[in-house]
Design a protein around this ligand. Sequence first.
Ligand SMILES: CSC[C@H]1O[C@H](OP(=O)(O)O)[C@H](O)[C@@H]1O
Ligand SMILES: Nc1ncnc2[nH]cnc12
Length: 306
Amino acid sequence: MSSENVKVLIGVIGGSGLYHLDNLTFVKHVNPETPWGYPSSPITIAALPSGTLVAFVARHGQGHTIAPSAVPARANIAALKSLGVRAILAFSAVGSLREDIPPGTFALPSQIIDRTKGVRPASFFEGTSVVAHAAFGDPFSLKLVKWLEGPIRRALADEGRGVQLVTDKCIVCMEGPQFSTRAESLMYRQWGGDLINMSVLPEAKLAREAEISYALVATATDYDSWRPHEGAVTAAEVFKTLQANADTSRHVAATILEELHAAALEGDILTEEAGSMQFSIMPRSEKQRPEDREKLRFVLPGYFSD
Ligand SMILES: CSC[C@H]1O[C@H](OP(=O)(O)O)[C@H](O)[C@@H]1O
Ligand SMILES: Nc1ncnc2[nH]cnc12
């Protein structure tokens, strides 16, 4: 279980239905302990055909034992960062709030509406003597999302199942675990929401605090509960599309990760996030507790060295 000497640039987070990337070559499992505990599941280190390594974590655990509100998102992001991860491709099963985003569609959202209820630890700085305000106006990495569009479209075309990709959508992140009421679902549409899940927050916020470029591949499974003459969403409805979406997600990952790794090495898709916390951390270091600085060094070594 040692994470020693593992250096990985790209991390993948799998959501509901996506518990492994078994179309890549398994190398080993690592389970880094972080100041925020252990990740949802041991992290799989997998090799691409060139030998390039990627890291994969199952958000809800390998056997889907962790509810969305209980996902140890800080440990997941911190563990990936400790392996060297600078860009995360996260997958999520989502509800659709729009007629023109039918189940089976893939989406790259660009905005988030936060409907979590404050029960999830949402910052690495929480409970410490260090105050930081990360910029989150553009919650996904603009450069990474823009870069992903072409390779994902090509991967979907190459798969040949006719899966469509839509971009520039707004995702609502709700608390759960129960699904929304019909009234809430209608309200989210009026607010401008296009998609809904229970997982993108605080994951995206924590990736930003850790200066990791983060993008979400949202895979639609259902129409939530806003359609007046249709039944409200149930888990059984979600399961109908989950497996096919997960198969396509694995295909997309296997097809684009080599190119993504090369683009990340080249550097440009990482430049927005790298160094972005520099002006977010309130600069009163003489009042910051040494033990808090040590904890934060795990995710932001550049700012909290002695
Ligand atoms: C199984 S339906 C609700 C569940 O599915 C999504 O999980 P994930 O984002 O990890 O794919 C959604 O966010 C909920 O957690
Ligand atoms: N309708 C829905 N609401 C919240 N999360 C979801 N994940 C998949 N479908 C969902």
